[in-house]
Ligand binder design. Structure first.
Ligand code: HEM
Length: 224
């Protein structure tokens, strides 16, 4: 694939990865809003007529398809994401020690990170775990509710609601860091500045081949 290049930018995410991410975000937000309409008595009027129940099920199918689509179209990237999210070393520990300053917007003395930093690893790993618990409990509520009994139903409902709460807290933190460090272009255009890549992911930046580093406007170059 030949990509248009701009000076000082490096490719961070392919189009396929970005499409899967935003489809996941869209379905998650519909799940959250339609779920709140079913859960919160004050919002019950939004659930009248069964629309939010229907929307919740349609979005649930989209949300559950997200990892399947990711693996189907970019298997290497999907497995890399899964593996990196659950692999921690002493370098990640050093990064975590810098976390309080990082939360406040300081990258001074930030240990060099790989393709995803330790904070992102935690976010992605927790997201995967809660994805499994929210989807598993949701499928039980959808197809197996009759056989759960009152105590089983209460347990499955609390797993479902707590998982959704956890995913919402994670999303708020994820958005906070996205905007604090200007990371949004990574998921909109697919590119970040070389300065950003050096600051946030120095070890990953060093591994990039000249092919992935876009250097000159108008010059044809192959994206990784
Ligand atoms: C409006 C809300 C959101 C914004 C602005 C946002 C933004 C971003 C950005 C900028 C990145 C790339 C960071 C990097 O350079 O590595 C990213 C990655 C990611 N986000 Fe989000 N995100 C949002 C919601 C979500 C939600 C709701 C989830 C999970 C349910 C999620 C899961 C992920 C994952 C797993 C990645 C890594 C993607 C990959 O490696 O393919 N995001 N997000």
């Amino acid at each position: 694939m030949t990509s248009a290049v701009k000076p000082g930018l490096v490719q961070r995410y392919k189009l396929a990865q970005r499409v899967v991410h935003w489809l996941g975000v869209g379905s998650f937000l519909i799940l959250l809003l339609s779920g709140l309409a079913l859960l919160v008595p004050q919002l019950a009027f939004l659930a009248a007529g069964g629309l939010s129940r229907l929307l919740h099920r349609i979005a649930a199918v989209g949300f559950m398809l997200m990892p399947i689509v990711y693996v189907a179209i970019v298997p290497h990237d999907a497995l890399e994401l899964l593996k990196e999210s659950f692999t921690y070393t002493g370098k990640d520990l050093k990064w975590f020690k810098h976390m309080p300053a990082y939360v406040l917007g300081s990258t001074k003395g930030l240990p060099p990170a790989g393709r995803i930093n330790a904070g992102q690893k935690i976010h992605h790993a927790m997201t995967f775990i809660m994805f499994v618990t929210v989807a598993g409990s949701g499928l039980m509520l959808w197809f197996g509710q009759a056989g759960l009994g009152p105590e089983g139903l209460a347990l499955v409902l609390s797993v479902h609601d707590m998982s959704m709460l956890g995913l919402t807290v994670l999303m708020i933190g994820h958005m906070y860091f996205t905007f604090l460090y200007g990371a949004l272009p990574a998921m909109t255009t697919g590119y970040v500045s070389e300065d950003y890549a050096r600051m946030e992911h120095a070890e990953w930046y060093e591994t990039l081949s000249p092919k992935t580093v876009a250097v000159t406007e108008g010059e044809d170059q192959k994206a990784a």
